[in-house]
Design a protein around this ligand. Structure first.
Ligand code: FUB
Length: 321
């Protein structure tokens, strides 16, 4: 286990290998003074930094400085949350969740010629975009965009990709849980190429995980990776503070629940990504140990992730309560 940026607060890592190096795209926490609430207003981030390294265990972590600042985004309201980056035809596309001037999360796209940025934002958010927490899977020159988060992430405000007139709906505890979404990106990488579809997470008996099953239902922090031909969909259970995973045979799902990747960490949120580098697999995530438990000041960590022979993931101890 290693803290990667000991002199600043970084969270929600998305990590990719570009040009043989690891590039880390985290959220950038700071002490904004906004009081804590269930909508996550205390996560009041205003810029992104990008980091890179050649060697996960001992290598130097380079801070490439501010890659995008909220003041340069024309439609910005507040709160730059967990983004992700994709590479296509020599350009790098940063997808970021940001509340617009009506306090609604939308997806912005910003473009750079280099993985470390700086990224230039498009003038408007993606059409039909909503909610938070992005993960992009590239496969055969197609880009699958995963997103969604409940509570402060606003996913409960949408059904069939339309905002609900009554504001928000949570299913009853014995009904299927709210699903994260996936859509392919358009050729120019700037819009959805199709309507986002719900991703169903199934129990081993084939029934959807229910809303009341809070230790297993999706809350936020989608991440998808491929291992030995299977798709692994991992996510946070939010108020039960676990990172869990489910597997499937198709990038659209369904995915079948398999188990816990990471037990609770110090701090309310838990958020991760899983990336292969130089023949080893790593879990990047955050906790609040360095800030003394302040849940809005999170620190970036990495630890090796191991699979069992049957493809299951060995649970990692988060060290929290
Ligand atoms: O960083 C703000 C939010 O906290 C993220 O979008 C969630 O996944 C949680 O980590």
């Amino acid at each position: 286990m290693r803290y990667l940026v000991p002199n600043d607060y970084m969270a929600d890592p998305s990590v990719h290998v570009f040009n043989g190096k690891l590039y880390i795209y985290p959220s950038h926490d700071w002490e904004s003074g906004v009081p804590e609430n269930d909508s996550g207003d205390h996560f009041n981030m205003k810029d992104y930094h990008v980091f890179s390294m050649d060697d996960v265990e001992n290598g130097e972590v380079t801070d490439h400085g501010v890659a995008l600042d909220v003041k340069d985004i024309p439609w910005a309201g507040r709160q730059l949350w967990d983004g992700d980056v994709a590479h296509k035809n020599g350009k790098y596309y940063l997808y970021f969740p940001l509340k617009d001037k009506n306090d609604v999360f939308r997806t912005g796209v910003a473009i750079s010629d280099r993985p470390e940025g700086p990224f230039i934002p498009q003038p408007d958010p993606m059409r039909g975009s909503y909610s938070i927490d992005y993960s992009i899977l590239e496969e055969k020159n197609e880009y699958y965009f995963y997103f969604g988060g409940i509570w402060g992430g606003q996913l409960q405000r949408y059904k069939d990709n339309k905002a609900l007139e009554n504001g928000a709906t949570y299913p009853a505890s014995d009904e299927p849980a709210i699903c994260p979404r996936v859509a392919k990106l358009s050729d120019d990488m700037l819009q959805f190429a199709e309507d986002p579809r719900p991703i169903v997470i199934l129990d081993k008996d084939g029934s959807p995980i229910t809303a009341g099953d809070t230790a297993r239902r999706y809350f936020e922090a989608a991440w998808v990776h491929k291992y030995n031909g299977k798709y692994y969909f991992s996510y946070s259970t939010g108020d039960t503070h676990l990172i869990c995973y489910a597997t499937g045979d198709n990038p659209y799902g369904p995915f079948t629940y398999q188990g816990v990747v990471l037990t609770p960490v110090c701090g309310w949120t838990t958020h991760h990504c899983i990336t292969e580098f130089k023949g080893k697999w790593y879990l990047f995530h955050h906790d609040c140990v360095p800030s003394g438990g302040k849940t809005w000041l999170r620190s970036l960590k990495v630890t090796e992730l191991k699979y069992n022979a049957d493809g299951s993931i060995q649970t990692i101890d988060g060290g929290g309560n």
